[in-house]
Design a protein around this ligand. Structure first.
Ligand SMILES: [Mg+2]
Length: 115
């Protein structure tokens, strides 16, 4: 961390979030409780939405996206899974999926129940 932090490194980002959790003892104080984290993520998603719908600056949108990203990465710590591995697995799946235009917007999905 600190002056040895590589800002491009996923592991260093995760380490910074782990330090944040440690600083406030999230593990011992409910901060890693999954239902609570889901509520916090929903809250941040709402802030992203209002940044867009209220025409706030890109800087404000970026800050709200960072809030959500920090929560998502922290949820990987809280629930003990490897988000980087999940990310690349999912990207591989997504890249193999087909897209469709639905109501004028592109959708990439498995389209299991749709004709
Ligand atoms: Mg926020």
């Amino acid at each position: 961390m600190g002056n040895q932090c590589n800002q491009d490194s996923y592991n260093d980002m995760l380490g910074a979030i782990q330090s944040f959790h440690n600083k406030h003892d999230f593990k011992g104080t409910g901060g890693e409780d999954l239902p609570y984290r889901v509520a916090l993520m929903a809250e941040e998603l709402g802030e992203i939405s209002s940044a867009v719908t209220k025409g706030k600056s890109t800087d404000q949108l970026a800050e709200e996206c960072a809030d959500l990203m920090i929560l998502v990465m922290g949820t990987a710590i809280a629930a003990d899974f490897d988000l980087k591995e999940s990310f690349w697995k999912k990207m591989d799946k997504l890249m193999k999926r087909k897209s469709k235009m639905i109501n004028g917007k592109i959708r990439v999905s498995e389209f299991r129940d749709v004709n």
